[in-house]
Design a protein around this ligand. Structure first.
Ligand SMILES: Nc1ncnc2c1ncn2[C@@H]1O[C@H](COP(=O)(O)OP(=O)(O)O)[C@@H](O)[C@H]1O
Ligand SMILES: [Mg+2]
Length: 378
């Protein structure tokens, strides 16, 4: 790439992750072009240029690729064909193969198994009739997940046991997918995640492990550093680095992990910034978004060290049920940092923003985050 200043980064996807990529990249003098089918998306509105066309519009994708020096994505469900079309014109970081593995649960599981990464016992199924046998092999309790397009627990059905099993009802509840994965339900001690950055030169840097609290299958809170033994943190970082290398990712790879007696199990991977990495905006010397931008344009990675214990809390659409939440009340604690994505309609479960709280003492940060969250409700 010729010069840094004025380099145009293309982003496939127009959500809050792209928006925060752009806000971080602007400081480096980068320019941005967003490709997002929905007009007026949150990232498109802070970009220099935006393409509002479908992912099947090959002509628009070619014009987008011609307008940028390098491209990345912030949305996992960008169709592989669209990613490949862009990658044929400019470097796409992450590469289309890594995207294709991470966007499809059966490919993701097959990849993990092939490369010997620890994960829950699973079976890939093509239709409802294959469910009983797959469930019997995997063992119950189990969870059935659509192979593609699931997020925030959508497209998942938990199966407690094999009694009164109704495969057709399960398939219908999944939205009649083209394929699904049956997974053993893991009685874990907790969920953690590691965001690993990998540069063009292959150098890696992991952000500190986050401990994640989910409510209704959606991330509610990340607590950092994760309250696990040092050996578990090291194990998680080593797994994230090996995964990023095996997928040849340039940019970020976020890895969700279950903590069990037998060690860590890989739940999911995402080749992009991750909700559980939002704490890095205030918590680390370099944020996940700046780190991603550095990797994408071929700069050396920054220092991912934690500056202070930090807690991140998501703001979901239901908080808006009775009008705008009490943001003045939230910010009564001066160590609270508020991020709103300006996404418009506040639907239940929709990620509208987040906040972080820092404290020299982690327990105090958690207490203050919980108190701040209650103040939002007025
Ligand atoms: N096999 C499993 N055992 C235990 N909990 C699970 C399992 N699979 C999913 N979950 C729970 O559901 C949440 C969402 O599932 P996940 O596979 O991460 O899908 P997504 O984040 O794409 O909705 C997980 O974070 C975890 O809390
Ligand atoms: Mg997940």
């Amino acid at each position: 790439m010729k010069t840094l200043e004025g380099t145009t980064v293309g982003i496939l996807g127009g959500g809050q992750l792209g928006r925060m990529d752009i806000l971080a990249g602007r400081r480096l003098g980068l320019r941005f072009c967003v490709y997002e089918p929905a007009p007026g998306a949150t990232a498109s509105r802070v970009a220099d240029e935006a393409f509002a066309h479908g992912y099947e519009d090959t002509e628009a994708l070619a014009r987008f690729a011609a307008a940028v020096d390098v491209a990345t994505l912030e949305f996992e469900n960008v169709p592989r064909a669209a990613a490949e079309l862009v990658a044929a014109q400019v470097p796409l970081r992450p590469n289309p193969h890594a995207l294709s593995v991470c966007q499809h649960r059966s490919r993701e599981k097959a990849f993990l198994a092939e490369h010997g990464f620890p994960c829950a016992p699973f079976e890939v199924v093509g239709d409802a009739t294959a469910l009983p046998e797959a469930l019997a092999r995997v063992g119950t309790p189990a969870v059935v997940k659509t192979a593609a397009f699931g997020y925030d627990g959508k497209g998942q059905v938990k199966v407690p046991d094999l009694e009164a099993l109704d495969p057709d009802a399960i398939w219908a509840a999944l939205g009649r997918p083209h394929g699904a994965v049956v997974e053993r339900w893991i009685h874990h001690q907790g969920e953690v995640s590691v965001v690993c950055a990998r540069g063009v030169d292959g150098k890696t840097a992991c952000f500190p492990m986050a401990e994640n609290v989910h409510v209704d299958h959606i991330l509610h809170m990340s607590i950092v550093p994760a309250r696990v033994p040092e050996a578990v943190r090291e194990e998680g970082e080593a797994l994230a680095v090996r995964l990023a290398e095996a997928l040849d990712v340039v940019g970020l790879l976020a890895v969700e992990l279950f903590v069990t007696d037998a060690g860590l199990l890989v739940n999911e991977m995402a080749p992009r910034p991750h909700n559980s990495g939002h704490y890095t905006l205030e918590g680390c010397a370099v944020s996940q978004f700046e780190q991603h931008m550095r990797a994408v344009v071929g700069l050396p990675l920054g220092d991912p060290s934690l500056l202070t214990p930090v807690v991140m809390v998501n703001l979901l659409g239901e908080l808006w049920a009775d009008g705008e939440p009490d943001f003045a009340g939230l910010l009564a604690d001066p160590s609270v940092a508020l991020h709103l994505y300006d996404k418009g309609a506040a639907k239940k479960g929709r990620k509208m923003g987040h906040f972080t709280v820092r404290d020299r003492e982690l327990g105090a940060a958690v207490t203050r985050a919980e108190a701040a969250f209650l103040r939002l409700k007025g």
